[in-house]
Design a protein around this ligand. Structure first.
Ligand SMILES: N[C@@H](CCC(=O)N[C@@H](CS)C(=O)NCC(=O)O)C(=O)O
Length: 279
């Protein structure tokens, strides 16, 4: 597969790089970003944390705003930040910021017109790791984290693939998309009206039924404008209690939904993942 380097920046002795490539799964050209810590050399492969961003984001929001590189460099963990949807002029879109481009919800769409390009689940689980692992000095130790829509993506993808991920974490995840306006709008469009197909992409449903556990950490700001209507962390907490899932969930007074919150706690997430990646 041909990938093209479009930017390189040295940061904390490692490299932040953006690449474009033709995605066979998404049927369009995609951009992603990777942070390679200084430990990643021709002789040493490092583990990878995949970061899934939220609504309206690209690969850039996390890399520019979270301040993750200093600790990733210390821990020797690479970070990959994919885009949040397929892109391009022939890709279906919606006027709202919460559907279509920038809002792929990390599922494989089955419904027209979305199904032609919106196959973000397969892109994140299969195509992108294959590309990353065959191109860069990384090993097959993976963890996954994300924010909001990306928190939903990280938790559901890890729980559906417990063999592929060492740990999972989320900031302000959409915890129960079947029961909130963002999730209901996206799942109706991408997956159709039959809610049986929604359940396997709902973190609270998966956690309630889980038999195998991926180490999990969730942080949520109490002053997040989306907390009550969209995010519903109490549903995740109740699901974890029901199944005995080892979920560490922390509420933080005064913090909102923004990258100011993420940048305040990203170090703890990176250290959490590193303990599971470097076993
Ligand atoms: N108020 C936002 C809602 C979307 C939003 O808050 N997006 C979050 C993820 S759910 C984000 O990370 N935005 C980009 C950023 O803060 O850099 C809008 O209307 O654009």
């Amino acid at each position: 597969m041909i990938i093209e380097n479009v930017s390189s920046n040295k940061v904390f002795d490692g490299w932040h790089k953006q690449y474009t490539h033709q995605s066979a799964v998404l049927n369009c050209n995609m951009r992603f970003a990777i942070y390679l810590p200084p430990q990643a050399t021709n002789n040493q492969k490092v583990p990878v944390l995949y970061w899934l961003s939220g609504l309206t984001c690209t690969d850039e929001n996390f890399m520019q705003k979270a301040g993750a590189q200093r600790i990733a460099a210390e821990l020797g963990v690479a970070i990959v930040a994919p885009d949040t949807s397929p892109r391009g002029e022939d890709v279906a879109d919606d006027e709202g910021y919460d559907l279509g481009k920038g809002a792929g919800f990390y599922v494989n769409a089955t419904e027209a017109p979305w199904s032609r390009h919106y196959q973000m689940y397969d892109y994140i689980v299969k195509e992108l790791p294959e590309l990353i692992e065959s191109t860069f000095p990384v090993n097959e130790q993976r963890s996954i984290a994300g924010h909001s829509m990306g928190g939903h993506g990280a938790l559901t993808i890890a729980m559906l693939n417990p063999d592929r991920y060492q740990s999972m974490s989320a900031f302000s995840p959409i915890s129960n998309p079947m029961n909130c306006p963002w999730g209901q709008k996206a799942f109706t469009a991408y997956l159709g009206k039959d809610k049986a197909f929604w359940r396997i992409h709902d973190a609270s449903e998966l956690m309630r039924q889980a038999k195998r556990f991926v180490p999990a950490k969730v942080d949520q700001g109490e002053s997040d404008d989306f907390l009550t209507e969209q995010l519903k962390p109490e549903m995740l907490e109740a699901a974890a209690k029901a199944s005995g899932y080892p979920l560490e969930i922390n509420l933080h007074q005064g913090y909102d939904h923004s990258y100011y919150f993420i940048s305040s706690f990203i170090e703890a997430h990176l250290r959490f993942h590193a303990t599971h990646l470097n076993k």
